[in-house]
Design a protein around this ligand. Sequence first.
Ligand code: CTP
Ligand code: MG
Length: 232
Amino acid sequence: SRLIALIPAAGSGSRMGNQLPKQYLPLAGKPMIYHALATLCHTPRIDQVCIVLAPDDELWVRYDWSPFLDKLKVLYRGGATRAQSVLYGLSALQSEGAIQDDDWVLVHDAARPCLSSAQLDRLIDALVQDEVGGLLAIPVADTLKRADEKQCVIGTAAREGLWQAQTPQMFRLGLLVAALNKADNTAITDDASAIEALGLSPRLVLADAYNFKVTYPQDLALAELILQQRGA
Ligand code: CTP
Ligand code: MG
């Protein structure tokens, strides 16, 4: 079976508070999405990298994607939520007959530009023989408080056994499409949740904190530093 990557990039970046959607914000001299795209395309084991853009995206065509043309496929199929964008993108590939149900799909956020090839390889190595699939994740480091509506603490959650989910998340195409079709796509924020709702148990693969999601303006400086150190 083959390995395909899918990058949902149809969000607006509302928490970033910039006109320009987050995936196109400049980072280390490139639009943000360029970095994840480069890491995925440069991994020999990945056969194709599909980008899901908003149907009315006018920014994509303004940049030079020529380094990636051998593996790149662009789908103007984004939906109202991340889960919908992933589902619509995968359904398009499925109906084209471009991939098979037992091919692996690695879904990766455009907003995680600091994914390293080493982490990507660890994920694939850990899961390629797995029954269900899984995701990169890190154990929670901070103490977790539950608050009431007045922002007063009403409890402290035991940290043990809690992990922060990252991407890529790696599942077989047929299973993931079935799971996303069944899930409440307005409520879930990652692909693994849809798989869990089927009663299956995705495997967590230990990642590093460099692969954080760029969400707020202050995240940009940190991502820039990480990419520069790596010589991106
Ligand atoms: N995404 C998508 N389609 C949507 C919403 C999000 O493809 N309708 C993508 C984003 O482009 C991003 C990834 O899903 O690559 C993770 O989402 P997030 O970090 O939440 O990005 P945004 O939704 O753009 O940001 P915000 O939630 O702050 O608006
Ligand atoms: Mg969002």
